[in-house]
Design a protein. Structure first.
Length: 197
């Protein structure tokens, strides 16, 4: 995930844009998303791959909705590249969860709001109710151990490798592996206690 210091999207450029965003520069979010667009598409693709075989419109739609969600928050306290990707993974998780909840509301007679993501996300292999159950279990995990919750977000929702997660969260690979195992065991127990899959 890292590029050279002098290259577009490299640590120096990303750091400069994060500082500008933190200081309230209105152009910084747009520039940062442009610089990191390919990596954000990879993150979005990982999210959508867990649900079904994606197509480029769905990936693009998820990236753009995450941009709107993050760009809407003025003066985010973005510390570094890893923190930005953790926030982007969380934004994508929330977007997909919102779509799953709308789908469930539609099944119960509510009116589902249509968007560019509906065809890709709502036809997901992972059913909407399973995604909602997973989110509930993850919220309980985060209440007990926020670090384990961040590891799950990066690994499961972000689709990052152990190495990428360690870099993004400033942890050793060994700690990420240990946390990943603990988190998976907790989530498995929680979902099976609820009768989920």
């Amino acid at each position: 995930m890292s590029a050279g210091e002098g290259t577009p999207g490299g640590p120096g450029e990303v750091t400069r844009l994060l500082i500008a965003w933190r200081k309230g520069d209105e152009e910084a979010p747009r520039e940062l998303f442009a610089v990191l667009y390919d990596e954000l598409r990879t993150l979005a693709r990982a999210q959508l791959n867990r649900r079904r075989q994606q197509h480029s419109l769905a990936t693009t739609g998820l990236v753009h909705e995450a941009y709107l969600k993050l760009g809407d928050q003025s003066r985010l306290d973005l510390r570094d590249r890893g923190h930005f990707f953790a926030l982007a993974a969380r934004a994508m998780r929330q977007i997909l969860l919102d779509h799953a909840r709308r789908r469930l509301a539609g099944k119960r007679g509510g009116t589902a709001v249509r968007s560019a993501l509906d065809e890709a996300v709502l036809a997901a292999d992972v059913k909407a109710d399973e995604l909602v159950a997973l989110d509930g279990a993850l919220a309980r995990l985060e209440a007990l151990d926020p670090r384990l919750g961040r590891v799950v977000e990066m690994r499961f929702f972000g689709g990052l490798s152990v190495e990428e997660t360690a870099e993004a969260l400033g942890m050793s690979e060994r700690t990420v592996k240990r946390d990943w195992e603990k988190a998976r065991a907790f989530l498995y127990a929680e979902l099976h206690a609820e009768g989920g899959a």
